[in-house]
Design a protein around this ligand. Structure first.
Ligand code: AMP
Ligand code: GLY
Length: 434
């Protein structure tokens, strides 16, 4: 099969690697914004274009006629890459624009759950003007303010983290209202977040192993929110989750897949990535993404034992079964090396060198540039290192050894995947659940 992969981050690098493991993938075409050195080495054809230009993606598809496309990043998905490819007969692992509102509009998803009576929403309201806003906020107690578009997590402000008084939160909500004409206000939830990504062929939903990401920049979950500094997985469950938590999260995704099909007139084909939070009495939904997580894709795809190209084909054909997505039970830890100053004032253009990696560590390129044959930082997350082992502590040791191989003005989180940090999460859930 000839497969088109759209995107050029570390997530797409691991997607490319996993497609390349398939005997069915004879040609891998990449449409990217810029060169990813790791992906370039895996691609049969690597095209640098503009991921925001749907016409260019369509023209590339028309010229090369892949059997199907795999869409990586949120922006081209939200902009309708699956729609323009479908117009010329190329199906996608990645939803059409209307279905991608699952990620691109937080208000759409909250309203969908409410309309179809799906459990999992916190108390929330969508405001189109400030009528009743103040009363609602006073009534909620600690609350969260969310803008209604793709903002890389930066449009969300949480009381206690990003603002401290109701007045400050209200002022931000009014800012959002005048900028976008809409704002989502919801109850602040307390618990442990986890990512449950599921393959969906429009009808059938098959889960990947759950993963926990780390959004804060610094050790101890301090500092600003980022795209994700690293993540871990430990087989079928995470150390702080119960089987019942996972069953609840799965049921929400199945119900949402059905609701989407009714609401949009066709099914969601791709990855439904639920950002869930385990709270004292069950599981709630924070948000959905309409794609693989980054870094989460690097935790789960290397564990896939079945054939990824076959799995993708089943998604576009609507013939997905659980046997097509078999995963090894090993533990994984992923750590990102990011430029000094990231995310606020990241270094850019400075050279990094990668020493020889120890055995058992995988490395994935994210946002780097090549200048005079050297790898340089390009202001966002630079490279991810993944350790895979029978135990979390061994996987953590490998990921740590990997990230230490980067020479240059970068930093990373030492604590991701360590017993100390995971122990705290387990303790917190024990206390919450009483
Ligand atoms: P989102 O873009 O919706 O994933 O929000 C970004 C981050 O804000 C999440 O990963 C959570 O840490 C936090 N957050 C969002 N909604 C809530 C909520 N209702 N309660 C507590 N934290 C939240
Ligand atoms: N792990 C965060 C994201 O992919 O949005």
């Amino acid at each position: 099969m000839k497969i088109l992969l759209v995107g050029n981050g570390a997530r797409e690098h691991v997607i490319a690697e996993t497609l390349r493991r398939s005997k069915r993938c004879s040609e891998l075409l990449v449409f990217a914004n810029k060169v990813n050195p790791g992906m370039e080495a895996l691609a049969s054809l690597y095209h640098v274009g503009n991921l925001a230009d749907m016409k260019a993606i369509q023209a590339f598809g028309a010229e090369h006629k892949p059997d199907f496309a795999v869409l990586g990043p949120d922006n081209p998905i939200a902009d309708g890459a699956a729609d323009v490819l479908a117009e010329i007969g190329i199906p996608s692992v990645g939803p059409k624009k209307s279905l991608a509102r699952l990620e691109s509009s937080k208000g759409f998803t909250r309203a969908l759950l409410e309309k179809y009576k799906i459990v999992g929403n916190p108390r929330f309201r969508i405001f189109k003007n400030d009528e009743g806003l103040e009363e609602f906020v006073r009534d909620l107690g600690p609350f969260v303010v969310k803008t209604d578009g793709l903002t890389g997590g930066k449009g969300v402000k949480v009381m206690g983290d990003h603002f401290s008084t109701a007045e400050e939160g209200l002022a931000y909500a009014k800012e959002c209202l005048s900028a976008d004409g809409q704002v989502v206000i919801e109850e602040k939830l307390t618990g442990q977040e986890f990512s449950l990504m599921s393959f969906c062929d429009g009808e059938h939903v098959v889960d990947m192993p759950p993963v926990q990401d780390h959004k804060r920049a610094y050790d101890g979950d301090l500092g600003p929110n980022t795209g994700g500094m690293g993540s871990y997985s430990s087989g079928k469950l995470l150390p702080f989750l119960t089987e019942d938590d996972l069953t609840q999260a799965h049921a929400i995704t199945v119900a949402v897949a059905n609701a989407l099909r009714q609401e949009c007139g066709e099914g969601f084909k791709g990855v439904m990535y639920g950002g869930f939070i385990a709270v004292k009495n069950g599981v709630r939904l924070i948000e959905y993404n309409a794609r693989f997580g980054d870094p989460e894709a690097m935790n789960v795809l290397p564990l896939l034992q079945s054939d990824f190209a076959e799995l993708c084909l089943a998604i576009v054909r609507g013939t997905l079964t659980p046997e097509m997505a078999r995963f090894s039970d090993r533990c994984t830890v992923c750590k990102y090396a990011v430029p000094e100053g990231y995310p606020e004032k990241p270094k850019k253009g400075e050279r990094i060198r990668i020493k020889e990696l120890p055995e058992g560590v995988s490395a994935y390129y994210a946002a780097v540039d090549k200048k005079d044959g050297q790898i340089v930082l390009s202001s966002s997350r630079a490279m991810a290192f993944v350790g895979i082992a029978p135990t979390l502590s061994e996987a953590e040791r490998l990921a740590q050894k990997g990230v230490e191989c980067v020479d240059g003005p970068i930093f990373y989180r030492r604590d991701i995947g360590t017993e100390a940090l995971i122990g705290k999460r387990v303790e917190m859930m024990k206390e919450l659940r009483g």
